[in-house]
Design a binder for this molecule. Sequence first.
Ligand code: 1CP
Length: 357
Amino acid sequence: MSQEHRPPGRQTAKTPASDSAFLRACRREDVPHTPVWFMRQAGRSLPEYLKAREGVPMLESCMRPELVKEITLQPVRRHGVDAAIYFSDIVVPLKAIGVDLDIKPGVGPVIAEPVRTRADLDRLRPLTPDDVRYVTEAVGLLTDELGATPLIGFAGAPFTLASYLIEGGPSRTYERTKAMMYGDPELWADLVDRLAVITGAFLRVQIEAGASAVQLFDSWAGALAPEDYRRYVLPASAKVFAEVAPYGVPRIHFGVGTGELLGLMGEAGADLAGVDWRVPLDEAARRVGPGKALQGNLDPTVLFAPRPAVEEKARAVLDAAAGLEGHIFNLGHGVMPSTDPDALTRLVEFVHERSAR
Ligand code: 1CP
Protein backbone atom coordinates (compact mmCIF):
# COMPACT_ATOMS: atom_id res chain seq x y z
CA MET A 1 0.00 0.00 0.00
CA SER A 2 1.34 3.43 -0.90
CA GLN A 3 2.01 6.02 1.80
CA GLU A 4 -0.57 8.43 0.32
CA HIS A 5 -3.23 5.80 0.69
CA ARG A 6 -3.45 5.11 4.39
CA PRO A 7 -6.81 3.64 5.30
CA PRO A 8 -8.84 5.89 7.58
CA GLY A 9 -8.85 3.44 10.47
CA ARG A 10 -12.07 1.75 9.49
CA GLN A 11 -11.18 -1.26 11.61
CA THR A 12 -12.65 0.53 14.60
CA ALA A 13 -15.14 2.73 12.75
CA LYS A 14 -18.74 1.97 13.75
CA THR A 15 -21.14 2.20 10.86
CA PRO A 16 -24.92 1.67 10.90
CA ALA A 17 -24.29 -1.79 9.40
CA SER A 18 -21.65 -2.90 11.96
CA ASP A 19 -24.11 -4.89 14.05
CA SER A 20 -25.91 -6.52 11.11
CA ALA A 21 -26.24 -10.30 11.12
CA PHE A 22 -24.09 -10.39 7.96
CA LEU A 23 -21.11 -8.54 9.44
CA ARG A 24 -21.46 -10.34 12.77
CA ALA A 25 -21.31 -13.70 10.95
CA CYS A 26 -18.29 -12.51 8.94
CA ARG A 27 -16.56 -11.77 12.26
CA ARG A 28 -17.70 -15.18 13.59
CA GLU A 29 -19.81 -13.59 16.33
CA ASP A 30 -23.26 -14.72 17.55
CA VAL A 31 -26.13 -13.89 15.19
CA PRO A 32 -29.92 -13.65 15.66
CA HIS A 33 -30.35 -15.72 12.48
CA THR A 34 -28.14 -17.01 9.67
CA PRO A 35 -27.69 -14.10 7.26
CA VAL A 36 -28.44 -14.77 3.59
CA TRP A 37 -27.71 -13.09 0.28
CA PHE A 38 -27.32 -14.47 -3.25
CA MET A 39 -24.56 -14.05 -5.79
CA ARG A 40 -26.17 -12.40 -8.83
CA GLN A 41 -29.20 -11.49 -6.74
CA ALA A 42 -29.53 -8.38 -8.91
CA GLY A 43 -30.05 -9.18 -12.54
CA ARG A 44 -32.09 -11.05 -15.03
CA SER A 45 -34.20 -13.11 -12.62
CA LEU A 46 -35.99 -9.87 -11.64
CA PRO A 47 -38.59 -8.28 -13.96
CA GLU A 48 -37.85 -4.88 -12.39
CA TYR A 49 -34.20 -5.34 -13.43
CA LEU A 50 -35.14 -6.05 -17.03
CA LYS A 51 -37.32 -2.96 -16.99
CA ALA A 52 -34.62 -0.72 -15.48
CA ARG A 53 -32.07 -1.98 -18.03
CA GLU A 54 -34.35 -1.50 -21.08
CA GLY A 55 -32.30 0.13 -23.84
CA VAL A 56 -29.19 0.53 -21.67
CA PRO A 57 -26.18 -1.63 -22.58
CA MET A 58 -24.74 -3.63 -19.66
CA LEU A 59 -21.45 -1.73 -19.36
CA GLU A 60 -23.13 1.62 -19.59
CA SER A 61 -25.56 0.65 -16.84
CA CYS A 62 -22.53 0.05 -14.57
CA MET A 63 -21.39 3.65 -15.10
CA ARG A 64 -24.66 5.40 -14.18
CA PRO A 65 -24.73 5.85 -10.38
CA GLU A 66 -28.51 6.31 -10.06
CA LEU A 67 -29.16 3.17 -12.10
CA VAL A 68 -26.52 1.20 -10.15
CA LYS A 69 -28.23 2.29 -6.95
CA GLU A 70 -31.67 1.24 -8.16
CA ILE A 71 -30.55 -2.17 -9.48
CA THR A 72 -28.50 -2.91 -6.35
CA LEU A 73 -31.47 -2.12 -4.11
CA GLN A 74 -34.04 -4.17 -6.07
CA PRO A 75 -33.24 -7.59 -4.53
CA VAL A 76 -32.89 -6.05 -1.06
CA ARG A 77 -36.42 -4.64 -1.28
CA ARG A 78 -37.94 -7.71 -2.89
CA HIS A 79 -36.28 -10.57 -1.00
CA GLY A 80 -35.24 -9.00 2.31
CA VAL A 81 -31.70 -10.34 1.94
CA ASP A 82 -29.16 -9.46 4.66
CA ALA A 83 -26.67 -7.74 2.33
CA ALA A 84 -26.59 -5.85 -0.94
CA ILE A 85 -23.94 -6.53 -3.57
CA TYR A 86 -22.79 -3.59 -5.63
CA PHE A 87 -24.16 -3.90 -9.18
CA SER A 88 -21.27 -4.00 -11.63
CA ASP A 89 -19.21 -6.58 -13.47
CA ILE A 90 -15.71 -7.96 -13.01
CA VAL A 91 -14.53 -6.34 -16.27
CA VAL A 92 -15.53 -2.78 -15.25
CA PRO A 93 -12.06 -1.87 -13.86
CA LEU A 94 -10.45 -3.13 -17.08
CA LYS A 95 -12.78 -0.95 -19.14
CA ALA A 96 -11.92 1.94 -16.81
CA ILE A 97 -8.20 1.70 -17.61
CA GLY A 98 -8.91 1.73 -21.33
CA VAL A 99 -9.15 -1.94 -22.35
CA ASP A 100 -11.37 -2.15 -25.43
CA LEU A 101 -14.08 -4.57 -24.32
CA ASP A 102 -17.82 -5.03 -24.30
CA ILE A 103 -20.32 -7.22 -22.45
CA LYS A 104 -22.35 -8.94 -25.16
CA PRO A 105 -25.88 -10.07 -24.31
CA GLY A 106 -26.07 -13.84 -23.96
CA VAL A 107 -22.26 -14.16 -24.18
CA GLY A 108 -20.47 -12.12 -21.52
CA PRO A 109 -17.28 -10.06 -21.67
CA VAL A 110 -15.58 -9.87 -25.09
CA ILE A 111 -12.12 -8.28 -25.44
CA ALA A 112 -11.33 -6.59 -28.79
CA GLU A 113 -7.56 -7.14 -28.62
CA PRO A 114 -6.69 -10.07 -26.34
CA VAL A 115 -3.55 -9.87 -24.19
CA ARG A 116 -0.99 -12.36 -25.46
CA THR A 117 2.39 -10.62 -25.60
CA ARG A 118 4.56 -8.37 -23.44
CA ALA A 119 3.49 -5.39 -25.59
CA ASP A 120 -0.17 -6.24 -24.89
CA LEU A 121 0.58 -6.40 -21.17
CA ASP A 122 2.17 -2.94 -21.26
CA ARG A 123 -1.24 -1.51 -22.22
CA LEU A 124 -2.63 -2.41 -18.79
CA ARG A 125 -1.96 0.65 -16.66
CA PRO A 126 -2.75 1.07 -12.94
CA LEU A 127 -6.23 2.18 -11.90
CA THR A 128 -6.78 5.43 -10.02
CA PRO A 129 -9.93 6.52 -8.15
CA ASP A 130 -10.48 9.14 -10.87
CA ASP A 131 -10.97 6.34 -13.42
CA VAL A 132 -14.03 5.12 -11.52
CA ARG A 133 -15.64 8.22 -10.01
CA TYR A 134 -19.04 6.71 -10.82
CA VAL A 135 -18.23 3.86 -8.41
CA THR A 136 -17.39 6.23 -5.57
CA GLU A 137 -20.57 8.16 -6.27
CA ALA A 138 -22.81 5.09 -6.52
CA VAL A 139 -21.41 3.50 -3.34
CA GLY A 140 -22.09 6.79 -1.52
CA LEU A 141 -25.68 6.89 -2.77
CA LEU A 142 -26.14 3.28 -1.75
CA THR A 143 -24.75 3.45 1.76
CA ASP A 144 -26.98 6.49 2.44
CA GLU A 145 -30.01 4.49 1.36
CA LEU A 146 -29.06 1.09 2.83
CA GLY A 147 -28.62 2.23 6.43
CA ALA A 148 -28.08 -0.90 8.54
CA THR A 149 -27.92 -3.25 5.52
CA PRO A 150 -24.29 -3.83 4.55
CA LEU A 151 -23.01 -3.29 1.03
CA ILE A 152 -20.58 -5.84 -0.42
CA GLY A 153 -18.06 -4.53 -2.94
CA PHE A 154 -16.41 -6.97 -5.33
CA ALA A 155 -13.81 -7.56 -7.99
CA GLY A 156 -12.62 -10.34 -10.25
CA ALA A 157 -9.50 -12.18 -9.12
CA PRO A 158 -6.32 -12.00 -11.23
CA PHE A 159 -6.69 -15.52 -12.69
CA THR A 160 -10.32 -15.11 -13.74
CA LEU A 161 -9.66 -11.65 -15.22
CA ALA A 162 -6.55 -12.94 -17.00
CA SER A 163 -8.62 -15.75 -18.53
CA TYR A 164 -10.96 -13.22 -20.21
CA LEU A 165 -8.08 -10.99 -21.29
CA ILE A 166 -6.09 -13.83 -22.83
CA GLU A 167 -8.91 -15.88 -24.36
CA GLY A 168 -10.70 -12.75 -25.57
CA GLY A 169 -14.00 -13.89 -24.03
CA PRO A 170 -15.66 -16.70 -22.09
CA SER A 171 -13.93 -20.10 -22.31
CA ARG A 172 -14.51 -23.60 -21.02
CA THR A 173 -11.01 -24.92 -21.49
CA TYR A 174 -8.70 -21.91 -20.89
CA GLU A 175 -6.28 -23.25 -23.48
CA ARG A 176 -4.54 -19.99 -24.34
CA THR A 177 -4.51 -18.98 -20.67
CA LYS A 178 -2.77 -22.20 -19.69
CA ALA A 179 -0.48 -21.98 -22.72
CA MET A 180 0.83 -18.65 -21.40
CA MET A 181 0.98 -19.91 -17.80
CA TYR A 182 3.11 -22.93 -18.70
CA GLY A 183 4.88 -21.55 -21.78
CA ASP A 184 5.88 -18.08 -20.59
CA PRO A 185 5.68 -18.13 -16.78
CA GLU A 186 7.43 -14.76 -16.51
CA LEU A 187 4.92 -12.98 -18.71
CA TRP A 188 2.10 -14.77 -16.87
CA ALA A 189 3.48 -13.74 -13.45
CA ASP A 190 3.77 -10.11 -14.58
CA LEU A 191 0.23 -10.18 -15.96
CA VAL A 192 -1.42 -11.53 -12.81
CA ASP A 193 0.71 -9.23 -10.66
CA ARG A 194 -0.45 -6.23 -12.64
CA LEU A 195 -4.05 -7.41 -12.36
CA ALA A 196 -3.59 -7.79 -8.60
CA VAL A 197 -2.56 -4.12 -8.38
CA ILE A 198 -5.59 -3.03 -10.46
CA THR A 199 -7.96 -5.23 -8.46
CA GLY A 200 -6.54 -4.05 -5.13
CA ALA A 201 -7.00 -0.42 -6.18
CA PHE A 202 -10.57 -1.11 -7.35
CA LEU A 203 -11.51 -2.76 -4.05
CA ARG A 204 -9.92 0.13 -2.13
CA VAL A 205 -12.13 2.61 -4.00
CA GLN A 206 -15.23 0.67 -2.96
CA ILE A 207 -14.12 0.35 0.68
CA GLU A 208 -13.12 4.00 0.96
CA ALA A 209 -16.53 4.99 -0.44
CA GLY A 210 -18.30 2.90 2.23
CA ALA A 211 -18.52 -0.80 1.25
CA SER A 212 -18.69 -2.94 4.42
CA ALA A 213 -17.14 -6.10 2.98
CA VAL A 214 -15.53 -7.24 -0.27
CA GLN A 215 -15.70 -10.43 -2.29
CA LEU A 216 -13.02 -11.57 -4.70
CA PHE A 217 -14.53 -13.70 -7.47
CA ASP A 218 -12.06 -16.26 -8.78
CA SER A 219 -14.93 -17.95 -10.53
CA TRP A 220 -12.90 -20.09 -12.91
CA ALA A 221 -9.97 -21.08 -10.63
CA GLY A 222 -11.51 -24.56 -10.35
CA ALA A 223 -10.01 -25.28 -13.78
CA LEU A 224 -6.58 -25.54 -12.13
CA ALA A 225 -4.78 -28.39 -10.41
CA PRO A 226 -3.68 -27.51 -6.86
CA GLU A 227 0.02 -27.29 -7.68
CA ASP A 228 -0.66 -24.92 -10.58
CA TYR A 229 -2.96 -22.84 -8.40
CA ARG A 230 -0.26 -22.61 -5.74
CA ARG A 231 2.47 -21.63 -8.15
CA TYR A 232 0.72 -19.45 -10.72
CA VAL A 233 -2.30 -17.92 -9.00
CA LEU A 234 -2.09 -17.90 -5.20
CA PRO A 235 0.61 -15.17 -4.94
CA ALA A 236 -1.45 -12.71 -7.01
CA SER A 237 -4.69 -13.32 -5.09
CA ALA A 238 -2.79 -13.11 -1.79
CA LYS A 239 -1.46 -9.73 -2.92
CA VAL A 240 -5.02 -8.45 -3.45
CA PHE A 241 -6.10 -9.56 0.03
CA ALA A 242 -2.98 -8.05 1.62
CA GLU A 243 -3.67 -4.77 -0.16
CA VAL A 244 -7.08 -4.37 1.50
CA ALA A 245 -6.25 -6.03 4.84
CA PRO A 246 -5.48 -2.73 6.65
CA TYR A 247 -9.08 -1.59 6.28
CA GLY A 248 -10.31 -4.41 8.50
CA VAL A 249 -13.42 -5.08 6.40
CA PRO A 250 -14.29 -8.78 5.89
CA ARG A 251 -12.77 -10.27 2.73
CA ILE A 252 -14.58 -13.16 1.01
CA HIS A 253 -12.85 -15.48 -1.48
CA PHE A 254 -15.02 -17.44 -3.90
CA GLY A 255 -14.56 -19.81 -6.83
CA VAL A 256 -16.56 -22.54 -8.58
CA GLY A 257 -15.38 -26.16 -8.57
CA THR A 258 -12.66 -25.29 -6.07
CA GLY A 259 -13.18 -28.21 -3.67
CA GLU A 260 -9.62 -29.41 -4.18
CA LEU A 261 -8.28 -25.86 -3.81
CA LEU A 262 -10.02 -24.81 -0.60
CA GLY A 263 -6.94 -25.28 1.57
CA LEU A 264 -4.75 -23.26 -0.77
CA MET A 265 -7.39 -20.59 -1.21
CA GLY A 266 -7.49 -20.39 2.58
CA GLU A 267 -3.76 -19.60 2.48
CA ALA A 268 -4.40 -16.62 0.20
CA GLY A 269 -5.55 -14.72 3.28
CA ALA A 270 -9.28 -13.97 3.07
CA ASP A 271 -11.50 -13.96 6.17
CA LEU A 272 -14.27 -16.05 4.60
CA ALA A 273 -14.33 -18.87 2.09
CA GLY A 274 -17.15 -19.01 -0.47
CA VAL A 275 -17.96 -22.65 -1.25
CA ASP A 276 -19.83 -24.11 -4.22
CA TRP A 277 -22.35 -26.94 -3.82
CA ARG A 278 -19.95 -29.80 -4.48
CA VAL A 279 -18.43 -29.92 -0.98
CA PRO A 280 -20.60 -29.99 2.19
CA LEU A 281 -19.84 -27.06 4.46
CA ASP A 282 -18.56 -29.15 7.38
CA GLU A 283 -16.04 -30.81 5.07
CA ALA A 284 -15.22 -27.43 3.47
CA ALA A 285 -14.43 -26.04 6.94
CA ARG A 286 -11.94 -28.86 7.50
CA ARG A 287 -10.26 -28.11 4.18
CA VAL A 288 -10.14 -24.33 4.62
CA GLY A 289 -8.71 -24.56 8.11
CA PRO A 290 -9.59 -22.73 11.35
CA GLY A 291 -10.36 -19.06 11.79
CA LYS A 292 -12.53 -18.47 8.73
CA ALA A 293 -16.28 -18.11 8.31
CA LEU A 294 -17.91 -19.90 5.38
CA GLN A 295 -20.38 -18.73 2.77
CA GLY A 296 -22.61 -20.99 0.70
CA ASN A 297 -23.64 -23.35 -0.68
CA LEU A 298 -27.04 -24.35 -2.10
CA ASP A 299 -26.89 -25.57 -5.71
CA PRO A 300 -28.58 -22.74 -7.69
CA THR A 301 -30.45 -25.27 -9.85
CA VAL A 302 -32.25 -26.60 -6.73
CA LEU A 303 -34.45 -23.49 -7.02
CA PHE A 304 -36.16 -25.06 -10.04
CA ALA A 305 -37.49 -27.90 -7.88
CA PRO A 306 -40.79 -27.77 -5.93
CA ARG A 307 -40.75 -25.89 -2.63
CA PRO A 308 -40.50 -28.93 -0.29
CA ALA A 309 -37.40 -30.09 -2.16
CA VAL A 310 -35.83 -26.63 -1.96
CA GLU A 311 -36.48 -26.54 1.78
CA GLU A 312 -35.04 -30.00 2.31
CA LYS A 313 -31.85 -29.00 0.49
CA ALA A 314 -31.64 -25.66 2.31
CA ARG A 315 -32.08 -27.47 5.63
CA ALA A 316 -29.19 -29.77 4.71
CA VAL A 317 -26.97 -26.71 4.11
CA LEU A 318 -27.93 -25.24 7.49
CA ASP A 319 -27.36 -28.59 9.20
CA ALA A 320 -23.89 -28.98 7.67
CA ALA A 321 -23.07 -25.46 8.90
CA ALA A 322 -24.47 -26.01 12.40
CA GLY A 323 -21.07 -26.56 14.05
CA LEU A 324 -19.30 -23.70 12.26
CA GLU A 325 -18.30 -20.37 13.71
CA GLY A 326 -19.74 -17.98 11.17
CA HIS A 327 -21.98 -19.06 8.31
CA ILE A 328 -23.51 -16.89 5.62
CA PHE A 329 -26.14 -18.68 3.57
CA ASN A 330 -25.73 -18.24 -0.19
CA LEU A 331 -25.98 -20.25 -3.37
CA GLY A 332 -22.98 -22.25 -4.56
CA HIS A 333 -22.84 -19.92 -7.60
CA GLY A 334 -24.96 -17.12 -9.04
CA VAL A 335 -28.74 -17.01 -9.41
CA MET A 336 -29.63 -18.39 -12.83
CA PRO A 337 -31.53 -15.90 -15.02
CA SER A 338 -34.64 -18.09 -15.37
CA THR A 339 -35.05 -18.59 -11.60
CA ASP A 340 -38.51 -17.73 -10.23
CA PRO A 341 -37.85 -14.71 -7.99
CA ASP A 342 -40.59 -15.85 -5.57
CA ALA A 343 -38.57 -19.02 -4.92
CA LEU A 344 -35.70 -16.78 -3.77
CA THR A 345 -37.93 -14.71 -1.49
CA ARG A 346 -39.33 -17.91 0.08
CA LEU A 347 -35.81 -19.24 0.55
CA VAL A 348 -34.76 -16.11 2.46
CA GLU A 349 -37.80 -16.50 4.74
CA PHE A 350 -37.07 -20.18 5.23
CA VAL A 351 -33.42 -19.61 6.17
CA HIS A 352 -34.33 -16.82 8.58
CA GLU A 353 -37.09 -18.81 10.29
CA ARG A 354 -35.26 -22.08 10.43
CA SER A 355 -32.07 -20.53 11.85
CA ALA A 356 -33.67 -18.09 14.33
CA ARG A 357 -31.79 -18.35 17.64
O1 1CP B 1 -27.27 -7.90 -19.99
C1 1CP B 1 -27.08 -8.48 -18.90
O2 1CP B 1 -27.94 -8.47 -18.00
C2 1CP B 1 -25.77 -9.17 -18.81
C3 1CP B 1 -25.68 -10.21 -17.78
C4 1CP B 1 -24.71 -9.80 -16.70
C5 1CP B 1 -25.04 -9.28 -15.43
C6 1CP B 1 -26.39 -9.00 -14.84
C7 1CP B 1 -23.32 -9.85 -16.81
C8 1CP B 1 -22.55 -10.29 -17.99
N1 1CP B 1 -22.78 -9.38 -15.63
C9 1CP B 1 -23.78 -9.02 -14.76
C10 1CP B 1 -23.65 -8.44 -13.42
C11 1CP B 1 -22.70 -9.06 -12.50
N2 1CP B 1 -21.49 -9.63 -12.84
C12 1CP B 1 -22.80 -9.07 -11.11
C13 1CP B 1 -24.00 -8.44 -10.43
C14 1CP B 1 -24.14 -8.21 -9.03
C15 1CP B 1 -25.00 -9.26 -8.35
O3 1CP B 1 -24.48 -10.32 -7.96
O4 1CP B 1 -26.20 -9.03 -8.15
C16 1CP B 1 -21.68 -9.73 -10.60
C17 1CP B 1 -21.32 -10.04 -9.15
C18 1CP B 1 -20.87 -10.08 -11.70
C19 1CP B 1 -19.55 -10.73 -11.61
C20 1CP B 1 -19.08 -11.54 -12.73
N3 1CP B 1 -19.09 -11.25 -14.07
C21 1CP B 1 -18.41 -12.77 -12.57
C22 1CP B 1 -18.10 -13.39 -11.24
C23 1CP B 1 -19.32 -13.99 -10.65
C24 1CP B 1 -19.76 -15.29 -11.27
O5 1CP B 1 -20.92 -15.38 -11.64
O6 1CP B 1 -18.93 -16.22 -11.29
C25 1CP B 1 -18.05 -13.24 -13.84
C26 1CP B 1 -17.33 -14.52 -14.18
C27 1CP B 1 -18.50 -12.28 -14.79
C28 1CP B 1 -18.33 -12.32 -16.25
C29 1CP B 1 -19.62 -12.24 -16.93
N4 1CP B 1 -20.33 -11.07 -17.08
C30 1CP B 1 -21.52 -11.30 -17.71
C31 1CP B 1 -21.59 -12.71 -17.97
C32 1CP B 1 -22.71 -13.40 -18.66
C33 1CP B 1 -20.40 -13.28 -17.46
C34 1CP B 1 -20.01 -14.75 -17.49
C35 1CP B 1 -19.51 -15.14 -18.85
C36 1CP B 1 -18.86 -16.51 -18.84
O7 1CP B 1 -19.60 -17.52 -18.80
O8 1CP B 1 -17.62 -16.57 -18.87
